[in-house]
Design a protein around this ligand. Structure first.
Ligand SMILES: *Cc1c(COP(=O)(O)O)cnc(C)c1O
Length: 384
């Protein structure tokens, strides 16, 4: 099998937009559709757009067990993490200045923590177990009397590992600490229920769940958590917390994507887990192969695999007809070894032998079988 267009195995970086989502988005762009400014509520065009935005807000809220008034539109999960963490930290400063985050957080959280350190907040970065899990007792040990805020991700984007957020949420609730959850990778892969998780703030985006890039949301349980701490000022949109004309087509796309994610969750997750089982069974026939993370406490569409004595850059060159990410993936601007795998105790050599396979709704069994064979051949060749 020779593919002109490479096979797509990088769903954790972004997913294609579902055709049904793209079709709906088209209706909010042109003269023939509802193109108005949702803030122009004095006329028909604006009101039509506003109605679409509010319907999408209900869809997104429903899908995570929230109320529509608890959803703030942003440009994506990165902005949501910035708004949530900076907003809560600055707003709660009089109560303390200590923050807790996991070492395995996405840069969208870690870089915000580093910025807050420049504002004289202090941050404890909790180390995960070798399988990438944050042990609630380790988390508890990091608590200080002046801890005001914690940020723990739901699903890790490099390993697919699922954190026990509900357990951590009970600790934070008991201690009156604001809990932010980066759930960018969770939607459509497992149920996200804000109350059950105990999240005070939760960051999500559309483009990891078959929606468009450039749109996300922040769930805010109680407005007193952020106070009036906006990052973007100008116009008072979104309760004064995030100004800027709302992108109706993007918002409608996110609403539709989340609606489909909810409807298809069980079927998608079952099928994709079977693909993961098939891929891992196949890859294990290659000697010197290991899995980073936990096979069971992990979502279906992500498999982080190391190959002894193989350089991942060479492997990816050999596999030029398969779109993959390497162990350096999520820091690929810097080409540094993955901080996630490092925190889990892997050596730089091991990280340099690691690739991430991520797949989803549009991946077929045939594609999985092709990948297994291609990887086995490439690894054999590179080890010669
Ligand atoms: C993709 C991702 C982000 C960033 O989301 P954007 O919408 O691209 O800004 C944050 N956290 C995790 C875990 C992600 O996978």
């Amino acid at each position: 099998m020779q593919n002109k267009t490479p096979l797509y195995f990088d769903y954790a970086a972004t997913t294609p937009v579902d055709n049904q989502v793209a079709d709906r988005m088209m209706h909010y762009l042109t003269m023939a559709g509802d193109f108005g400014n949702p803030a122009s509520v004095n006329h028909h065009f604006g009101r039509q757009a506003k109605a679409a935005v509010e319907a999408a807000r209900r869809q997104v809220a429903n899908s995570i067990g929230a109320k529509p008034a608890q959803i703030i539109w942003t440009s994506g999960a990165t902005e949501s993490c910035n708004l949530g963490l900076k907003g809560a930290a600055r707003n709660l400063r009089q109560n303390g200045s200590h923050i807790i985050a996991a070492q395995t957080e996405h840069k969208a959280v870690l870089d915000v923590c580093h910025a807050l350190e420049q504002e004289d907040f202090s941050v404890t970065y909790v180390k995960p177990t070798p399988s990438g899990l944050i042990d609630p007792s380790e988390f508890e040990e990091a608590l200080r009397p002046d801890t005001i805020l914690a940020s723990i991700m739901h699903v890790n984007n490099e390993t697919g590992v699922i954190q026990d957020i509900a357990n951590i949420g009970q600790i934070t609730k008991h201690r009156n600490i604001v809990l932010h959850v980066d759930a960018a990778q969770s939607v459509g892969k497992l149920p996200v229920a804000v109350e059950q998780l105990g999240a005070d703030l939760l960051s999500i985006c559309a483009h990891k769940a078959y929606g468009p890039k450039g749109i996300g949301a922040l769930y805010v349980r109680d407005p007193s958590v952020l106070g009036k701490q906006a990052l973007i000022h100008g116009g008072g949109h979104e309760w004064g917390l995030r100004a800027g004309t709302l992108p109706t087509h993007q918002i409608v796309g996110m609403g539709q994507a989340f609606k489909i994610a909810e409807e298809e969750l069980t079927a998608d997750e079952l099928r994709i887990s079977q693909l993961k089982q098939r891929l891992w069974t196949g890859l294990q026939t290659v000697p010197g192969t290991w899995l980073s993370g936990s096979f069971d406490k992990c979502v279906g569409g992500i498999l982080n695999v190391g190959f002894e004595d193989v350089n991942c850059e060479d492997l990816m060159l050999e596999l030029s007809d398969i779109a993959l990410s390497s162990g350096a993936a999520c820091s690929s601007f810097a080409q540094e070894p993955s901080h996630v795998l490092k925190a889990m105790g892997l050596s730089d050599d091991q990280i340099g032998s690691t690739v991430r396979f991520s797949f989803g709704r549009f991946t077929s069994t045939e594609e999985i079988d092709y990948v297994i064979e291609a990887v086995a051949d490439a690894v054999k060749k590179l080890r010669k």
